[in-house]
Design a protein around this ligand. Structure first.
Ligand SMILES: *Cc1c(COP(=O)(O)O)cnc(C)c1O
Length: 218
């Protein structure tokens, strides 16, 4: 399955984030030995444990909701935090990163699903973050906002999923053409999971987060 997915993604220049949450070290090492270096986890403790046990050139992505008091544990090594869903979190990540003089890649998680259980920023909250980030004397110097992330509604309705991904792409374009015009750093749209990654790619995804299709069901 890994080879098939990789080939499919290569055609569209989409990056694969292998979502290894709940899966053992050996399963990760197995994929790593086949050339995969980007892995995604949704819990800080599990992520830290796996980071310590595995090769240090793995690029770790946090894809789950992050509590402020846990930021410090991942700041020294995290490659990208996909799930930044509040202005407060933006400032707190920046603060922790400043303490060790490291710049951390983050994605702003947008609320695109119909369910209100899913985390994410509204359009208005996105603008607010961008205003702070691009202000002339901004203190947000220890984060790079490299893109947006979103999760579609869990549904069989392919049209709804497509609409939601299209909404995320349009937030991305708006940002790229206004607040972050000319900033090459801002380049990623993280969308698509095992069940909907094909639609996500058609709608412009640059990073898909795939778990069960690679590792089997959880
Ligand atoms: C678990 C998870 C995934 C992967 O889900 P699969 O359906 O197993 O591919 C992707 N993104 C997030 C945010 C997740 O929590």
């Amino acid at each position: 399955m890994f080879e098939e997915i990789k080939e499919e993604l290569a055609q569209s220049n989409t990056q694969l984030i292998a979502v290894s949450k709940t899966k053992p070290i050996d399963a990760i090492r197995n994929l790593y030995n086949q050339g995969q270096i980007d892995f995604g986890e949704n819990k800080v403790q599990e992520l830290v444990d796996k980071y310590e046990a595995l090769p240090k050139d793995i690029r770790w992505h946090l894809i789950g909701h992050l509590q402020s008091n846990k930021i410090k544990y991942i700041i020294p090594f995290i490659y990208c935090i996909h799930s930044v869903d509040s202005l407060k979190l933006v400032f707190e990540i920046n603060k922790e990163a400043s303490k060790i003089n490291r710049t951390v890649n983050i994605l702003l998680q947008m609320h695109i699903a119909k369910e209100d259980t899913k985390y994410g920023l509204s359009h208005k909250e996105l603008i607010e973050v961008l205003e702070y980030y691009t202000a002339p004397q901004s203190e947000l110097k220890y984060i790079h906002i490299i893109g947006l992330m979103g999760m579609a509604t869990f549904t069989e309705d392919q049209n709804l999923i497509r609409q939601e991904f299209r909404q995320l792409s349009s937030y991305f374009k708006m940002t790229k053409n206004t607040y972050l015009l000319g900033k090459d750093n801002f380049r990623e749209i993280s969308m698509g999971m095992s069940g909907d990654y094909k639609i996500a790619i058609e709608e412009g995804s640059t990073m898909v987060r795939i778990g069960s299709l690679l590792f089997g069901k959880r």
